[in-house]
Design a binder for this molecule. Structure first.
Ligand SMILES: *Cc1c(COP(=O)(O)O)cnc(C)c1O
Length: 426
């Protein structure tokens, strides 16, 4: 029976047997006992499924990853220690030194730095394109050694919307997968697999946890990409892995299991960026109410964006749910039930007005965070983009007056009253 998404938020992943705990057990153990060395050897050879060391896999994490995989409609998932680790693993699982990746330019600053600085240092080349690039522009970005295409459904903090269907079509024409970071909409507001995306990543630190309690990430495979049809491009998945006695991931684990198994067996083994079981438990508590919270976050985002746009003290508002927005049509297509709770805007009077306005706020707190149950606010020119001059700020689309407001799940009337008094005091 295919359940609705709210039911999956509550029920998917962990199913206790007779007499077992109702809540997901926190398996706070680094290791697991076996009756014989032979039994353990089988695990090491990936001949049998089971747990042997929490640097690679832990049952608590797997229950939660299975829930997120169910929410996205994928075949397999894994948790990582952070969103950064999730995006690194997802790309590095298919691209190595000498390879190339096409990425939307409109992505989270941390991911941009990971790609443009750190992964370049590892020998992987990137070409950046606009999130609404035409097929022609996308085609022009490909090279013979391109191994993946990457984008964010709704970019943090630019709030641009990725044309997922177009990106997937062009990626597939070139025989490579589309990887989408779906952190901001979550599977409640958009399921990229339904538009042709192949791999989804998340910073679970944001809405999925939703309570500012634990940093974490997740990767989900749709199981739809046929690695074997492009054997020459993806030897890591389709030819023997000498570190596992010659296992071929696509042969042994099939199209739906190869990507995540390789990611666990090689990357988690070697990099060890696993989420702690305690954090996975906290993440699951967040997931149980994700469908309720996302509805409220999106409603608050929409109402506040409309209110700000109508206020003469406000210079500009950026929110994909506004008719005036460049990405409104894409948001209507991919996010018909709402986008997210993050709105960016400028107050008339520039940088000093922005600073005064934020100091006046009584509910939204000044934090380097978004997507929390509690409203929070950031002045990028004074925080994440502090090193940049006003000219450099303009070049990367972050004006000196830009305020990034993340609407929580408080009552919207109170949030608007707070914004009103804070604007009044500027
Ligand atoms: C925050 C964020 C990340 C990074 O996640 P961490 O959990 O902070 O490592 C990646 N992508 C997006 C869209 C984000 O908002």
């Amino acid at each position: 029976m295919n359940q609705h998404i709210g039911t999956k938020c509550v029920q998917a992943g962990y199913r206790p047997n007779n007499g077992e705990p109702r809540q997901i057990p926190i398996v706070q153990s680094t290791t697991f006992r076996y009756e014989s060395s032979e039994a353990m050897g089988k695990l090491f050879d990936l001949e049998a499924a089971g747990y042997f060391y929490t640097r690679l896999q832990n049952p608590t994490n797997d229950y939660v990853a299975a829930k997120i995989a169910a929410l996205e409609g994928g075949t397999a998932g894994m948790l990582t220690s952070s969103g950064q680790a999730a995006n690194f693993f997802a790309v590095f699982n298919v691209a190595s030194a000498g390879d190339h990746v096409v990425s939307s330019a409109s992505i989270y600053g941390g991911t941009f730095n990971l790609f443009n600085v750190t992964m370049r240092r590892m020998g992987i080349d990137f070409t950046f394109v606009q999130p609404d690039a035409s097929e022609e522009e996308l085609n022009a970005a490909f090279k013979p050694n391109t191994k993946a295409v990457f984008g964010e459904t709704i970019a943090n903090p630019a709030l641009s919307v990725l044309d997922i269907e177009r990106f997937a079509k062009v990626a597939h024409e070139h025989g490579v997968p589309l990887i989408v970071d779906n952190t901001f909409p979550t599977p409640i507001n958009c399921r990229p697999f339904e538009w042709g995306c192949d791999i989804v990543t998340h910073s679970t630190t944001k809405y999925m946890d939703g309570h500012g309690a634990g940093v974490g990430g997740c990767i989900v495979d749709s199981g739809n990409f046929d690695w074997s049809a492009h054997k020459d491009k993806f030897p890591g998945l389709t030819t023997p892995d000498e570190s596992y006695h010659g296992i071929v991931y696509t042969e042994k684990f099939g199209q739906g299991g190869a990507f995540i198994t390789k990611c666990t067996a090689q990357l988690m083994r070697d990099f060890g960026s696993i989420q702690s079981p305690m954090n996975a438990f906290l993440l699951n508590l967040g997931l149980e109410s994700l469908h309720l919270r996302m509805k409220r976050h999106s409603e608050n985002g929409q109402k506040v964006a409309e209110w700000l746009e109508a206020d003469p003290r406000v210079a500009w508002v950026n929110y994909p749910g506004l008719k005036s927005n460049r990405y409104y049509a894409l948001a209507q297509k991919y996010l018909p039930n709402g986008s997210c709770g993050v709105v960016s805007f400028g107050v008339k009077g520039g940088r000093p007005a922005a600073e005064k306005f934020m100091a006046n706020l009584k509910i939204a707190a000044i934090e380097t965070h978004v997507a929390d149950a509690r409203s929070c606010v950031l002045h990028p020119a004074n925080a994440t983009h502090r090193q940049l001059s006003d000219e450099e700020l303009a070049a990367c689309g972050v004006g000196p007056d830009m305020i990034r407001l993340s609407l929580g799940i408080e009552d919207c009337e109170d949030l608007i009253a707070d914004l009103d008094q804070a604007l009044g005091g500027v």
